[in-house]
Write a protein that binds this ligand. Structure first.
Ligand SMILES: Cc1ncc(COP(=O)(O)O)c(C=O)c1O
Length: 358
């Protein structure tokens, strides 16, 4: 992909990559001249305290990545319960995108519950038939276009974990995006779970990094594992500063991002060229399904980028049907720059190009 050609992008992540000067200026403006970079007043320690409070947990700990944070905490839950399995939806991030580090590095076993294309249900969990170390729930479910269970379903599912003597862990990479749907404080959502991980660079639009929150003794153990795994980096402060800026500025905007996502999805549905899932979106995130192959959509997207400087997505994903594909929309600061009708017109143009060339 030609990053230099991008003038406008619907893709929200990693503003440092796309607008480095804006991001660095924001960080400079935020950072007082006499900032301590190490110790109790350092940005990393402040971020950890702030997230422990916001998530209603005794302690929170910075990790360089969610990948490291979640594998670590699942290992701790396994060692404490003397069980090796964790239960999660078939399309969870750990199994799909982390080269199965939970098994390769930590000797854990993944037990899939439920159907690939629907949300987990209590019945799916009851059908599991073994007592796991932990239940992992992802809110919202990225691979399902940001679907969310109702609050009552969530409570019932976590209740199942308790009856099994299992820990409940929240993959809250996008808890910021999920919170307006539940309309409950972050601490109440996180409070259902024993441990929670949040991302500093998705909805918060920071640089990278993650925070794991939970009981003090669990986090103390996680700190030892973070060192063992090479994640105890003393100079994480730029990531922490970007995360703190995200907490100051992006958390409160998620409801507006969700509303814009709903409007964009409605414009796409009205146009008819694409199918939106879920419709309406529950979060700033949703999927757009196109009646063209991934290769044709990818080529059309590259051409539009080169000719017009407009980027609709990073990747056109495959669909079970070869002449269809889908892409993820996640409305953030970048996405607010596009009117709903404009997105619908761009998607129509993309499909027209793909049909002609494909
Ligand atoms: C739902 C979910 N969980 C975990 C992760 C892992 O986060 P990281 O990229 O910080 O390792 C991601 C990253 O995309 C994610 O989407």
């Amino acid at each position: 992909m030609n990053e230099k050609a991008i003038r406008r992008s619907l893709v929200s992540h990693a503003p440092l990559r796309r607008k480095p000067a804006t991001m660095l200026r924001r960080m400079l403006d935020w950072l007082p001249e006499d900032t301590e970079l190490y110790g109790d007043d350092a940005p990393t320690a402040r971020l950890e305290r702030r997230l422990a409070e916001l998530l209603g947990k005794p302690r929170a700990l910075f990790f360089p990545s969610g990948t490291m944070a979640q594998q670590t905490v699942l290992r701790i839950h396994a060692e404490r319960t003397g069980r090796r399995a964790f239960v999660a939806h078939p399309l969870n991030h750990l199994d799909l995108w982390e080269e199965r580090g939970y098994a390769a590095v930590h000797g854990l076993r993944f037990v899939a519950a439920g159907e690939r294309h629907s949300l987990l249900t209590l019945d799916d969990l009851v059908a599991v038939g073994e007592r796991p170390a932990a239940l992992l729930i992802e809110l919202p479910q990225r691979e399902l276009g940001g679907l969310l269970p109702t609050w009552d379903d969530l409570v019932a599912q976590v209740g199942w974990a308790r009856t099994q003597g299992a820990a409940a862990h929240l993959d809250g990479a996008r808890i910021w995006e999920a919170q307006p749907y539940y309309d409950r404080p972050h601490a109440e959502i996180a409070g259902l779970f024993d441990t929670v991980y949040v991302s500093l660079y998705k909805g918060l639009e920071g640089i990278r990094g993650a925070v794991l929150a939970g009981p003090a003794d669990v986090i103390a153990e996680a700190e030892i594992w973070r060192r063992r795994l090479g994640g105890a980096i003393p100079d994480a402060w730029p990531l922490a500063v970007a995360g703190l800026i995200g907490l100051d500025t992006m958390v409160e905007r998620q409801a507006a991002f969700r509303d814009h996502a709903v409007a964009v999805a409605a414009a796409l549905t009205a146009d008819g060229v694409a199918t939106v899932r879920p419709d309406p979106p529950l979060t700033p995130m949703f999927h757009v399904h196109l009646p063209v192959s991934p290769a044709a959509a990818g080529q059309a997207s590259e051409d539009m980028l080169t000719e017009r400087g407009v980027q609709l997505f990073l990747r056109a994903q495959t669909d079970p049907l070869p002449d269809r594909c889908k892409f993820e929309v996640s409305i953030g600061e970048n996405g607010m720059d596009f009117t709903p009708d404009e997105v619908a017109a761009l998607v129509r143009e993309l499909v027209t190009r793909a049909e002609k060339d494909g």
